[in-house]
Design a binder for this molecule. Structure first.
Ligand SMILES: *Cc1c(COP(=O)(O)O)cnc(C)c1O
Length: 355
């Protein structure tokens, strides 16, 4: 078997959930486990976070999987329903969903349901992705309040810049103004807002990335928030090459040695989800020591410099990211964010859960 695996640490998930709770002690926690639990495995993550008050996913099939696995928390579909037939399943399995457009309200008004449903009514406060603009919000809210198929309403929005210097003041003020007279539970904060803007915590917080121990704020290490990585992507050295000055390695000869270089070949490539754009010098740990990648990442392999790690040889352990090298450090080198790398871990990489 290829030696690559992603080790999923339930104790780190539990720890990070406790960090979220300590920041937002008066809010319920809607753990965001979309994208297969940010690549950690839907049920693995739900198990690690089983004391959360709710789980947010995208597809109704994921929500039903959670219900069938015995999770009785609030379940929320973040993009709402995509077709009328999903409404019956949502009603039957008691699954909450976002309502972000009038077509979804039409669907609710026209349905005949066995049990009424609870919804999260979403306001567009400037991100311009999903949600009703403030001018339409009152109308949407009134139609839901009048709809016999709807038994519960929570008001929500999502911030575009909770992780940026400009913060959330303007969209949060808009949300507060628009909902001031409305006596419903509210939900606005993602990970960055949980960590940076306590005034936004409200009734439900929606942590995602922080639960996995990666940073929501590029430039600030996850460890500085007390978060622990929930995934270690590990593999092994499967070959070693000795390069003389002038020798090159890999597609496009992206790396050329200027001195004798001991180069290890690691069983991990972009088909495993490692970013192809990671340049020469991306951090990687071999045999317990942090070193750097060299050359272009190929589909199934990449190169790590072991010139200064004489004990490293075929079979030595490699950490692509995890405890020694944060996923955020790899992401930064590759010009992306930890979110993308975690979600991109390929289905062919086995997930190994440790308590
Ligand atoms: C993904 C998502 C979150 C979680 O965001 P993080 O930055 O990962 O904490 C919260 N709310 C909504 C609507 C989302 O789509």
């Amino acid at each position: 078997m290829r030696p690559i695996q992603a080790i999923i640490k339930l104790d780190a998930l539990r720890h990070n959930l406790a960090v979220a709770k300590s920041h937002a002690p008066h809010s319920k926690i809607m753990a965001v486990i979309k994208a297969n639990g940010y690549g950690h495995g839907l049920l693995n993550v739900a198990q690690g976070l089983r004391t959360a008050d709710g789980f947010a996913v995208l597809g109704i099939d994921e929500a039903i999987t959670l219900r069938q696995a015995g999770f009785d928390q609030t379940l929320l579909l973040l993009e709402g329903l995509f077709a009328a037939n999903e409404l019956q399943s949502a009603s039957q399995h008691n699954i909450n969903f976002v309502v972000h457009c009038f077509q979804q309200i039409d669907m609710l008004e026209q349905a005949k349901l066995a049990h009424p449903v609870s919804v999260f009514l979403k306001m567009n406060t400037g991100m311009n992705r999903l949600g009703f603009v403030p001018a339409d919000f009152a109308c949407a809210r009134q139609r839901l309040a009048d709809c016999p198929n709807v038994v519960g309403i929570t008001l929500m929005t999502h911030f575009a810049t909770a992780d940026e210097a400009q913060g959330v003041a303007a969209p949060f003020a808009l949300f507060q103004q628009t909902t001031a007279a409305l006596d419903y539970p509210k939900s606005v904060a993602n990970s960055a807002a949980i960590l940076r803007y306590p005034q936004t915590h409200a009734d439900w917080v929606r942590p995602g990335i922080m639960l996995y121990g990666a940073t929501p704020a590029a430039g600030t290490a996850a460890s500085s928030f007390g978060l622990k990585p929930a995934m270690t992507l590990s593999s092994k050295i499967i070959a070693v090459q000795i390069l003389r000055p002038g020798d090159s390695a890999g597609y496009g000869q992206l790396f050329t040695a200027t001195r004798e270089t001991r180069l290890s070949i690691v069983a991990c490539g972009y088909a495993d989800g490692y970013p192809r754009h990671a340049p020469n010098g991306t951090p990687i740990a071999v045999a317990g020591q942090v070193t750097q990648t060299l050359g272009r990442v190929s589909m199934d392999m990449l190169y790590a410099d072991i010139t200064h790690i004489p004990q490293a040889t075929i079979g030595s352990a490699v950490e692509l990211w995890g405890e020694q090298v944060s996923v955020d450090a790899v992401a930064e080198a590759a010009g992306t964010v930890g979110y993308e790398l975690l979600c991109a871990v390929a289905p062919r990489v086995p997930l190994k859960v440790v308590a």
